[in-house]
Write a protein that binds this ligand. Structure first.
Ligand code: DGJ
Length: 758
């Protein structure tokens, strides 16, 4: 933290934020308009006015003559609407007369050393929400014709090289204003990197079981980007946008990243114009959005976090990881090792009872697993996906003795207990739906679309939220429950809220998200020790907004370790390993039918929260022995995996044959390196890997750990030492990894500092 992270040069009209390695500068032109001047590598202090965002000063004179022409080529900080700029604006507001012209003029600024909470929304913080120093710049803009008052917020995170942005919009006029779009951030910047090469667009896209697929595309003229309009963030597109130099690697190249702290409809896009510029825009998707702001009311946009690195993708990932671990994830589990869980979904699906669960738990306990998570199917009359969502009471036919018996027998065994809910849903075949059909989202008089034979509850309504909260609390108070998996398995369709007047239906999608946040907040207040894991058909709600409520999110229903190598690579490009739900499951894998060795499945899951999702009672003694080894590896390395710096050294997607990543401690005294021979290649005995992230000056011992057979360690029971050498050697000369026979063979290396005095 530095006191001079925000500086203002009133004479030159410059507003500037600095982080350890980046600088962000805005410019006020003639006291009228706010322009964007620079974001990139850290600059020395000094005048930047020679590089004005405005190719002609914005004066009243220019306005009268050539304003419209100039608008189009200028770099705006937060562009309005209908003033002659042919690019899309960040805000569009309709006044009582139906006029949408939105003309934002600069009005002033404030600096504070703290960062306020954002009502109803997740947001980054200093030490805890509302606590700790985070230098924040507020810039006021106003449309004098309507009384629309916009405050732009910029909070600088020094060590993480991150700037968090958001917007507050206040109606200071005397008539209702309708917000038709309020993006959280916009930024006009050059379309080329420092070497004059066109930036490319980096996004992470996919679908169910194929989340987080890296997509790189050239940016042509016009608009391109990612979005969601299904009411949740989506597995099709992450709410992330990156601009990077062509050929950017883990360690080289310029990269800008924007990530949106929101779990609903979003639009993150770039627009390239004819004058060599790009406008980046991030916010709530303007489609399906409008918000009536009465005089005196305020609208709060969700937050966007952005970072810049000129040393490659890896640094961007580490910046985001640190931000999320230190300044977004909160609560009892923020810094704690999570219990190793076993989830019964892939073991039993809907076909289970108390005895079956206890049998799984007993064997799991013997193998070092610490918590049983009872997934879908424990409530109402639910024996398939067609009924009972909303009826959150125990099915005693299935669970003889209810949760009390299951909970107390697990406790007697020394196992923790977790449980699944899908709180936002209702099955048409349920007591809840029969009692309150109007609580499901549907357009009056039209048959709503079903998905998995279920409907979505209108959680924008307080009465609906109260019902969900009360029924969940009843269950959670009825036994000692340590963990909840909060699932959400369909898109929002037929969007309409019975409690909103027709002219306010455009508020529904955002109110829905606020409703979800409110419910999760209430739950965490009621059960402060609860470990919450969000989930949505796998990774369809993996976004930074959700990390504010749950320190971990289920990454994908695809538990095939081969697929997970790629999925987790994509997820780890943005999110810390401590947040990636990852389990070992049975082979042939239920999604892909593929076979991957048991030990490799464990090694891949160790780069996440770690757990199991299989019928452990059916495993061989050899496999159970491997679980014992894997759970021991978890305990040995999880502190490092959760807290360390992530370095990716090879991507299977690029090499075609192998994959390699490591996590190094902050003091660079220790690293866990995972190398996976994904595909065997004949006549290619060894692989060569250069290890980044270590201290070149330090001497290290490299040991192989996590072998498949218990007899693999040498005669003393110690792991075989591969070499002892300096970090510079491992980084430049590299390590030779002997090839293994067969596909999907993995090896873990524990690299530890050798102190000269030891
Ligand atoms: C989707 C989740 O992603 C799965 O893990 C499982 O919980 C099912 N829902 C249960 O219906």
């Amino acid at each position: 933290m530095k006191n001079d992270m925000i500086t203002v040069d009133e004479l030159q009209g410059m507003l500037r934020l600095d982080t350890a390695n980046t600088t962000y500068v805005m410019e006020i032109s003639n006291g009228l308009y706010l322009g964007h001047l620079y974001y990139g590598a850290r600059l020395p202090s000094g005048d930047l006015s020679f590089r004005s965002a405005f190719n002609t000063p914005m004066s009243e004179e220019t306005r009268k003559k050539e304003f419209v022409i100039y608008m189009d080529g200028m770099d705006f900080e937060y562009p309005g609407w209908g003033m002659g700029d042919s690019r899309e604006g960040a805000i569009k507001v309709k006044d009582a007369g139906g006029v949408t012209r939105t003309n934002l003029l600069y009005r002033g600024y404030r600096i504070s050393m703290s960062k306020a909470l954002v009502p109803g929304l997740p947001a980054t913080f200093g030490d805890a929400p509302g606590e700790g120093e985070v230098p924040t710049l507020e810039v006021d803009l106003e449309d004098p014709d309507t009384g629309l008052f916009v405050t732009l917020f910029y909070s600088a995170f020094w060590e993480e090289d991150v700037i968090a942005r958001r917007v507050e919009v206040k109606n200071k006029g005397s008539q209702d204003l309708v917000l038709e779009r309020v993006l959280s951030a916009a930024m006009d910047m050059p379309a080329k990197d420092r070497q004059g090469r066109d930036f490319e667009l980096l996004t992470y896209c996919g679908t169910w079981a194929r989340e987080f697929t890296r997509d790189v595309r050239p940016i042509g003229l016009g608009k391109t980007g990612v979005s969601s309009i299904i009411g949740k963030t989506n597995n099709r597109m992450q709410p992330f946008l990156g601009l990077m130099s062509p050929g950017t690697t883990q360690e080289t190249g310029e990269i800008y990243g924007w990530n949106f702290l929101y779990s609903g409809n979003f639009a993150s896009f770039v627009e390239k114009n004819s004058f060599g510029g790009i406008r980046v825009s991030v916010g709530i998707h303007p489609e399906e959005f409008s918000w009536t702001l009465e005089p005196g009311q305020v609208f709060y946009s969700p937050e966007v976090v952005m970072t810049y690195s000129d040393s490659g993708l890896g640094q961007m990932s580490r910046n985001f990881h640190d931000l999320y671990r230190n300044h977004l994830i909160r609560g009892a589990w923020k810094d704690r090792k999570r219990p190793i869980l076993i989830n019964n979904w892939e073991a039993t699906y809907f076909d289970f009872d108390t005895d079956k669960l206890l049998a799984i738990a007993k064997t799991a306990k013997e193998c070092g697993i610490e918590m049983l998570v009872m997934d879908d199917g424990w409530f109402g009359k639910r024996n398939d996906p067609d009924s009972s969502l909303g009826d959150w009471w125990v099915n005693e036919e299935k669970l003889q003795g209810g949760l009390t018996r299951l909970g107390s027998e697990l406790e007697a065994m020394g196992m923790k207990f977790g449980i699944w809910f899908e709180p936002e849903m209702v099955s048409p075949d349920s007591e809840l739906y029969r009692a309150h059909p109007d609580w499901a989202i549907a357009v009056p008089g039209r048959e709503p679309s079903r998905s998995r034979n279920q409907l979505v509850l209108d959680v924008s309504r307080e009465d609906v939220r109260d019902y969900i909260f009360t029924s969940m609390c009843k269950v959670l108070h009825s036994a000692k429950i340590a963990y909840v998996k909060w699932d959400m398995n369909r898109h929002l369709t037929d969007v309409y809220s019975a409690l909103l007047p027709s002219e306010r239906q455009g508020e529904m999608m955002h109110r829905y998200v606020l409703g979800v946040y409110d419910l999760q907040e209430r739950l965490l207040k009621e059960f402060p020790e609860l470990l919450l894991e969000n989930c949505s058909s796998g990774g369809a709600r993996f976004d930074p907004g959700m990390l504010y409520f749950s320190p971990q999110i289920w990454t994908s229903d695809d538990t095939d370790a081969y697929e997970r190598i790629r999925i987790q690579e994509g997820a780890a490009a943005l999110y810390p390993l401590s947040s990636l739900g990852a389990h070992v499951s049975i082979c042939p894998n239920h999604v892909t039918g593929r076979n991957v060795p048991f030990m490799t499945r464990g090694h891949v899951a160790l780069a996440g929260t770690f757990g199991y999702e299989l019928d452990i009672t059916q495993l061989s003694d050899e496999e159970k022995g491997m679980i014992r080894q894997q759970t021991a590896l978890f305990h040995k390395f999880n502190d490092l995996v959760r807290n360390g710096d992530y370095y990716r050294m090879a991507s299977f997607q690029e090499t075609g044959f192998y994959d390699c990543y490591g996590v190094v401690s902050r003091d660079k005294s220790e690293m866990l390196l995972t190398f996976i021979h994904v595909m065997n290649q004949p006549c290619k005995p060894n692989r060569w890997i250069c290890i980044s992230g270590l201290d070149p000056e330090k001497k290290y011992r490299v040991e192989e750990v996590g072998m498949e057979k218990e007899e693999s360690p040498d005669a003393d029971g110690k792991a075989p030492v591969v070499c002892e050498t300096y970090g510079a050697m491992l980084q430049n000369a590299g390590l030779i990894v002997p090839c293994r026979y067969g596909d999907f063979q993995s090896v873990l290396y524990h690299i530890t500092e050798v102190r000269e005095d030891s």
